[in-house]
Write a protein that binds this ligand. Structure first.
Ligand code: 13P
Length: 236
């Protein structure tokens, strides 16, 4: 089973999501899991073909945290999943790996499937510490209550996101193998690992066939049906 996840970031509308879910449901196959990560205001129940999730959840349970949204509140909308630790939210909220682990912990406690995002910056890559950053990202962002296969890791090279550039096939394969080895060492070897950054209908087939790539997390190319549907078709 391959996973195709769309991250709408701060784009879209409830009507646009209804339309996308209808269209995606018509083309999705049984061996595909489609997930849409949308702004809080658009959260709702998905269907058998499309899971709907949030883009983040609070690191707190409840209480005086104006503007924050808890995992329980996200689950209450009918949504079933959430991103945590996306590089854009790590930057905006100054999240450490420990903060991301707290968010993922609350997600799991509230029956939300977390996608825990990790990835290295341009500077980290150029100074040769990219792999170390990613391994630490996995070891420290996965919470103690995570079960083998009960969450997803997304590897998103921060230097490639939204820039129309992708690592080479070999670079993706190497990083996914390192993540797989880390997860195995943690006793969590069955966890799916997604690749995300500049995925398009043109490159998805090659990326999805790389060893240890269980699916893709897509930003820009998930916003419009004419971009997203061909991606699904090319993976089927
Ligand atoms: P792009 O596909 O636009 O590079 O974004 C990737 C991403 O951040 C998905 O979460």
């Amino acid at each position: 089973m391959k996973i195709i996840a769309g991250n709408w970031k701060m784009n879209g509308s409830r009507t646009a999501l209804d339309d996308m879910v209808d269209s995606v449901s018509r083309v999705a196959g049984n061996d595909l899991r489609i997930m849409m990560f949308v702004p809080y205001t658009m959260l709702r129940t998905g269907n058998d073909m499309v899971m709907i999730g949030a883009q983040n959840v609070s690191k707190f349970d409840t209480g005086a945290h104006t503007g924050d949204v808890s995992a329980a509140m996200v689950r209450d909308t009918g949504a079933v999943a959430t991103l945590v630790g996306h590089s854009e939210t790590r930057d905006a909220l100054h999240d450490t790996n420990a903060d991301v682990a707290l968010r993922a912990m609350h997600a799991i406690d509230n029956d939300l499937l977390p996608i825990i995002c990790v990835g290295e910056t341009d500077i980290e890559r150029k100074t040769g510490i990219g792999e170390k950053v990613v391994v630490h990202g996995v070891r420290e962002s996965v919470p103690k209550n995570a079960k083998n296969g009960g969450f997803i890791i997304a590897y998103e090279p921060r230097w490639a996101i939204g820039r129309g550039i992708t690592p080479t096939t070999q670079e993706i394969a190497d990083m996914h193998r390192i993540i797989r080895d880390t997860l195995i060492d943690m006793g969590l070897g069955d966890t799916p690992i997604l690749y995300g950054a500049s995925v398009t209908a043109q490159n998805v087939r090659e990326i999805i066939n790389i060893k240890n790539v269980s699916g893709v997390l897509i930003g820009g190319a998930s916003l419009k049906k004419q971009d997203f549907i061909p991606i699904i078709e090319n993976v089927k």
